[in-house]
Design a protein around this ligand. Structure first.
Ligand code: F6R
Length: 364
């Protein structure tokens, strides 16, 4: 039931603060009290972690990789499931593997799971549908607790996948002794702040998103840029826009700009830059200057400090509240999702049922 909402996608975007709060209740308890037995995977002992998934779930996994490597010093091998299963990756049977899937039925993800199982790895499923095949075949299930997601374009499942992965990475870091007790506490406190910050963002940015979306709906191409965890988020932004508005979009690592995509820059292709004022900001700023110098129009999504430091003549700057680095991807997902949603509204596409797409892809 979509209630008073125009589409399930709108409802699912707007309910994220409440949904994330539920998921966090579960995972913060896990971090604080989670014995090994609760997890089934002994993060303290595994030499590495493999992650495989498709589409948006894969992009959540890519962000997870940054966290597992940075906080838990755990090397992560990740690929889209349709490549992962055929690559003959030299995986250690002492390792564990995570399969991320909203539906729990995606054919290639399931095949990757079975491949790893056969090799003897411990299998974790990060799923929304707990009664699914992927959940059943895993050794341990990490539910994302997003509730039913009806819109074909994944929104709340993505942020809940991120919340679960962030919590797992913090748990792993704690188990491996790669962060101090104080650092764990600070990370948990950041996670706990998410619902309030999400609400604040959703309550404030809709009017400017609508104005911007009207502009985007007139474009044929959009480029998204980001660094660090904002690089996978840039790809997610591009995926969301293309799948529901049918506007061609690409997500790139900001540092790759001059290795090719800079050739495309002109006034007709907006460049959406996801850049909170973090340790990468100055580097991304110089990429923005390169775009501006070539007549490109920039939509900057940043925080107050970033907006003050950019001093660029942007097409528009969306200013979000300042966040700790670990929760930035979840908070910055919101304008990305809303931009896609409102642009598609202007285009008049079938938002909950975009052409050629299915909610659950059970063929290879
Ligand atoms: C994009 C989207 C798809 C899915 C992908 C995996 O919005 O929904 O890219 O993320 O098909 O589906 P699940 O998570 O069900 O395995």
């Amino acid at each position: 039931n979509k209630g008073s909402h125009r589409h399930f996608m709108e409802k699912e975007i707007l309910e994220q603060p409440e949904v994330i709060a539920d998921a966090l209740g579960h995972y913060i308890n896990f971090i604080e009290n989670g014995a090994e037995a609760v997890f089934g995977i002994d993060f303290a002992k595994i030499p590495s972690l493999a992650i495989s998934a498709c589409g948006t779930a894969y992009l959540a996994g890519l962000i997870g990789k940054y966290w597992f490597e940075r906080y838990a010093r755990l090397p992560v091998e990740i690929d889209v499931a349709s490549e992962f299963r055929y690559r003959e990756i030299p995986l250690s049977p002492q390792s564990a593997a995570l399969f991320i899937s909203q539906s729990g039925e995606t054919a290639d993800t399931l095949a990757s799971l079975r491949y790893c199982k056969q090799l003897g790895l411990k299998i974790g499923a990060v799923v929304n549908a707990r009664e699914s095949t992927i959940a059943r075949e895993a050794d341990v299930v990490f539910p994302i607790l997003a509730g039913p997601e009806i819109g074909v374009a994944s929104t709340k499942a993505f942020t809940c996948q991120l919340a679960a992965l962030a919590a797992l990475a913090i748990h792993a870091a704690k188990a491996r002794g790669t962060v101090t007790e104080d650092e764990v506490q600070a990370l948990v406190e950041s996670l706990a702040e998410m619902p309030r910050l999400m609400r604040q963002v959703l309550d404030s940015i809709q009017p400017e998103i609508e104005l911007l979306s009207r502009e985007l709906s007139k474009c044929h191409h959009v480029l998204y840029l980001g660094r660090g965890t904002n690089f996978p988020l840039a790809m997610e932004g591009a995926l969301k826009l293309k799948e529901i508005s049918y506007i061609h979009a690409e997500g790139y690592a900001a540092g790759e700009l001059k290795h090719g995509p800079i050739a495309l820059i002109d006034e007709n292709m907006p460049v959406i830059v996801i850049a909170p004022h973090d340790r990468f900001f100055d580097k991304t700023l110089s990429n923005m200057q390169e775009v501006a110098a070539r007549g490109g129009r920039i939509i900057l999504i940043t925080d107050g400090k970033g907006a003050a430091a950019s001093k660029l003549d942007t097409m528009h700057t969306i200013v979000l509240p300042a966040t700790d680095e670990i929760i930035a991807p979840m908070i910055f997902s919101l304008p990305i999702q809303l931009l896609a949603y409102h642009t598609a509204l202007f285009m008049g596409t079938d938002l909950d049922q975009p052409r050629n797409l299915a909610k659950s892809v059970t063929v290879e």
